[in-house]
Design a protein around this ligand. Structure first.
Ligand SMILES: [Zn+2]
Length: 501
């Protein structure tokens, strides 16, 4: 089964921060897990490059908007390998192929009769590049997201007949309770719809920095429609000489933050319906990362967790693990350097790293580096019995932090197993040789299974360990707890998560 997953695209008018890293990593964990199932996965990320804020910033610097977009897009693109993110393509909304397909799709929306010309007057946030409706505006006419003053704006626009989709959207929500996840976000989106939909602007007249409206060249498309369509357009040209659209569309998952819920759960499905295109299966909405003090991160409060600092000090796998482990995916959560250190030391180094190094070291010390080819402990095997189907089910619902918790329970169980079996005592008793064989074979197998399952979270460390075990295969088909140790030769393991100076 083809599986298509996307992050939101990052607005180029900023610099990469922890929020971007968080979303890209979570999406990557799901993509890597799905590749372990059977490999037919497409994972898209990219940058959103049009709109007034980019044009304004470029003007302030005295440069062309394209120049600004080129420079900033590069920073986001360069972030992905640093995070170990395995996206299949990086879309830029200034790609000519994207622009051409945006025009095609929205021309169809126009031809289908879902547009009209009118005058829009409303409260506009320049940072969101969005008009706000009455019930979202904060006291004092402030943007609910940026808490900056909104301006009253009037202009000639092409409108999209969102109101025409009131009933069909209500029906989508009635029939697909997993269209938006988690449930609290589903309810939020649905109540936005049932409170009554108003038509929305589809174009801007005086802005040049955007995709030209093909039936009215004085207008460019409102940046949000151009941006949303990236999920669809990318499939047309991501792989040179191939059109992947029929194979991968509709998307299985859009992973987004809660600040852009309305666009993805109301406007986006309506535009797709207006263009006669099938809807994505799920929109998963994650929460915000807050400073350790529980407040929004800001330089002035000194509570910013800098992803580059974590990468520098602890490495890619540690950042990935920390973010997936410390914040429940779908909820807001606090993050900070102390918590990174604590998770690194107690869980990566002590729980997993130590289990791995003890196991490998004992196989060298007691069995000359060969995993005994004897039956494994059926009692330990039983602890792993339900794990794989449970993980599949959780990953199908993008429950990445719950899935990690289930894996971690097994890591801890194995550490207790080492203490219970005390191989160092068995090694002193010649009559216990068989028991020692079984213990070592079971531990090697448990470490192997855990590493296959945890590899989407900590890909480099897990792969290193699997290579040392002589079992590099990542497929979930091979993640069942094997009945025998297998007789493989193990290599020497350097510490996976070294003690820090
Ligand atoms: Zn705003």
């Amino acid at each position: 089964m083809p599986f298509y997953i996307t992050t939101a695209i990052s607005y180029v008018n900023g610099v990469p921060h922890l929020g971007h890293a968080y979303e890209a990593i979570a999406t990557d964990v799901i993509a890597r897990h799905m590749r372990q199932r059977d490999g037919d996965v497409f994972f898209l990320t990219g940058t959103d490059e049009h709109g007034e804020p980019v044009a304004d910033a470029a003007q302030a610097e005295g440069i062309d908007p394209q120049e600004l977009a080129d420079r900033n897009a590069e920073r986001f693109k360069a972030l992905m390998p640093l995070l170990g993110v395995s996206n299949d393509f990086f879309i830029r909304t200034t790609d000519p192929e994207h622009e051409r397909r945006v025009q095609e799709v929205l021309q169809r929306v126009h031809d289908n009769g879902y547009t009209y010309k009118g005058v829009y007057e409303g409260w506009y946030c320049a940072r969101c590049a969005d008009f706000k409706v009455e019930n979202e505006i904060l006291e004092g006419n402030l943007c609910p997201i940026h808490e900056i003053a909104l301006e009253l704006k009037q202009e000639e626009n092409w409108f999209f007949k969102l109101s025409a989709f009131q009933e069909r959207l209500e029906q989508v929500y009635a029939e697909h309770p997993a269209f938006v996840m988690p449930l609290v976000r589903f309810n939020e989106a649905r109540s936005f719809i049932t409170s009554g939909l108003q038509d929305i602007s589809l174009s801007r007249k005086h802005l040049k920095w955007g995709v030209t409206v093909p039936w009215d060249h004085e207008h460019v498309f409102y940046v949000w429609f151009d941006a949303l369509l990236n999920y669809y357009t990318a499939l047309g040209y991501a792989r040179p000489g191939e059109d992947l659209t029929d194979h991968f569309w509709p998307a299985n998952f859009h992973i987004i933050g809660k600040d852009i819920l309305k666009f993805h759960t109301v406007f986006w499905p309506a535009i797709l319906m207006a263009a006669d295109l099938p809807l994505p299966e799920h929109v998963f909405v994650h929460g915000f990362l807050l400073g350790a003090d529980g407040r929004k991160m800001s330089k002035s409060l000194g509570n910013v967790l800098d992803p580059f600092e974590v990468l520098e000090e602890f490495g890619t796998d540690a950042l990935r693990f920390y973010l997936m482990r410390d914040v429940s995916f779908g909820s807001d959560g606090t993050v900070g350097m102390d918590a990174v250190t604590a998770r690194y030391e107690s869980e990566l180094a002590n729980d997993y790293g130590n289990l791995a190094s003890r196991t490998i070291a004992m196989i060298h010390r007691y069995r000359d580096g060969v995993v005994p080819d004897v039956p494994t402990d059926s009692e330990l095997a039983r602890e792993f019995e339900d794990l794989l189907p449970e993980l599949r089910e959780l990953m199908d619902a993008a429950e990445v932090s719950t899935a990690l918790e289930l894996i971690w329970r097994r890591v801890r169980r194995c550490n207790r197993y080492v203490e219970e079996r005390a191989p160092w005592r068995l090694a002193k008793d010649p009559d216990a040789a068989g028991e020692l064989d079984r213990t070592l074979a079971s531990l090697a197998e448990a470490v192997r299974v855990i590493s296959v399952l945890v590899s989407p979270y900590v890909p480099t460390s897990a792969q290193k360990l699997l290579d040392v075990l002589g079992a590099p295969e990542l497929s979930l088909g091979g993640a069942e707890f094997a009945p025998t140790g297998g007789g493989r030769r193990v290599a020497v393991l350097e510490p996976l998560f070294p003690k820090r100076a």
